[in-house]
Design a protein. Sequence first.
Length: 719
Amino acid sequence: MSKKKKKQEPIIDYTELKEKILRTLSIEAGRPLNHRQISARIGITSKNVRQHIRQCLDEMVGEKLIESPADGKYLYRPKAHTVTGVIEITSAGHAYLIPDPEPDGSRSRDIFIHRDSLNHAFNGDRVEVAIYAYLKKGLPHGEVVSIVERAKKEFVGTYVAAGKKYGFVVPDNKKVYTDFYIVEEFRNGAQDGDKVVVQLTDWPELATSPFGKIVKVLGQPGDHETEIHAILAEFDLPYEFPPDVEREAEQIPETLDPKEIARRKDMRGITTFTIDPTDAKDFDDALSLRKLDNGRWEVGVHIADVTYYVKPGSRLDEEAYRRGTSVYLVDRVVPMLPEKLSNFLCSLRPNEDKFCFSAIFEMDENGQVFSKWFGRTIIHSNRRFTYEEAEEILKTGKGDFSAELATLNQIAKKLRAARFKAGSIGFDKSEIKFQLDDKGNPTGVYQKSIGDSNHLIEEFMLLANKYVAMEVGRTPEGKASGRTMVYRVHDDPDPDKLLELQNFVSKFGYRLNISSRRQITNTMNAMLEAVKGKPEQNLIETLAIRSMAKAVYSTKNRGHYGLGFEYYTHFTSPIRRYPDVMVHRILQMHLEGREAKNRNEWEERCKHASLREKLATDAERASIKYMMTKYLMDKMGQVFEGVISGVTEWGVYVELVDNKCEGMIRIGDFKNDYYIFDEENYQIIGSRKGKKYQLGDRVRVKVKKADLQRKQIDFSLIE
């Protein structure tokens, strides 16, 4: 007779157990509980495990995480230390608090917040968080104790009728972790299944769902216009301008004032042209070129003079500031300025006189700058080139202004080489573009190529931006001037992220040396050059960009790490970026011998601009994801080659080689084994057979599902 096997003791994760205990006691703060009550609340029935809970409780009392007011009773310990910041919720439902910066610009560590400790906070809300004394994954652990300011009160979702007199709105955004309860009087005519915009009206403390009212019915899910307008609503991007803003724009005269012309440097007789994307209508910048008597070149970087038309305090200015930036969705542009300004009055269209704010440089063929001039001008563009047209002329040497283009290209190449030698990093990540039919349906996907014509424009825009920042930000002796200026700053990368990138790319045979700033830039550039044309190109470029800090606007100059510039700003795109408008105003004040006052107000405007830029980027990504999903809807069952572009505990992301569409193979769809997520090595591993799927692996997949509402693409693996 065989002996009965002894039941194996469960493995206890004390960190996780303490976390559950702390969360349980914090939910019932002020009420003492014994170890049996605590065990019941976290779902533990085993006597053996309950003994471990008693051990944890005693340790937590010793660590002063909780109190024991009576023998066998345990109480949540009130927390005195709180931190204010912005909540970022993950797709898994947990969150992190990004603390507000200290007065010196430094930040404390992020704070982990369990989904049960969010206490009605939504993604992006400014909140006050109480910190626990122990760590979760190396981060402090906390809970939201108050909501200081809601990031938004309107959300996009689908109305689901639950009864005759009430229903729910199910949010599109996964980070909005709850439905909204809608009573009949606040349904606003929405029918079951409609895509709507819901406004948060109240969330009583004991209610499981917030109360809301439907403020707009967008239409039927899946309809193209409905889905695009849902993206606009989700990211607070108003497609139409208020009537008073439109009226103010219409009242601006279309003819140029002769008195204003007389006040400006007249450059209409100099060869001038623009180079822009094929579908562009707002031409922000133009280049002029002429040979000087001393044998050097005069290069003019001419920027649309938006501030001549858009005055501080006007409704145009208020609306432009509120929007912060133009937004480029797949099938449309949501402009910062009304069409009369963005596409006509300010746009540097060919064969028209235009007012500009210019940076003019005396240079030689090697890109050395001998002198510079800033000021208001009037120009006349002789030709509008697309990037493709300019590229063809540069390659063949034939076409309009071929000599001028060749000279500018020669100088641009020298500027580019010097920039990289000085520490600039070459992120030339290609953009995904869609071919659309007349109904907005995607018929093809392609990558936008980057050539010499793109680099030509880029180098002269960088030159102007750098010298404008130096003009205001430093003294003639080269020291910081202390004057108020709006900078585009890019902090040094996080060493931990660089180490992760170094470890990952080594698996592909690439070398990244992170021992010094010079080594980082040199080996990063070598890697980015070596990876071009390889299957892993997009993946490694994406990871390299993610290892960098995010560039933002600030009055505190911290330099631009990615460009290797000590001084940098945004001066060259005022039609589509509000920070450039601010820079134009500050530069004009400087040229008049005045200084911008109220630095704190300028800093607040910088923060607002950085936030609007992030929203615009998120909206653009959402529109790309929507179009990818739409593109694959009629390709169910088709097989594609792909590269694993992301690995998570719930599955792996795969980017298709042919069209760059990205979808997921869910962890449950790996049928040949039970797979475990290995976060450190960006892979999942089969628990029985040891098969690995890791970042960068080539796989064959079949399109399983394309959910237009959720903008989700599911693949199944072809073994």
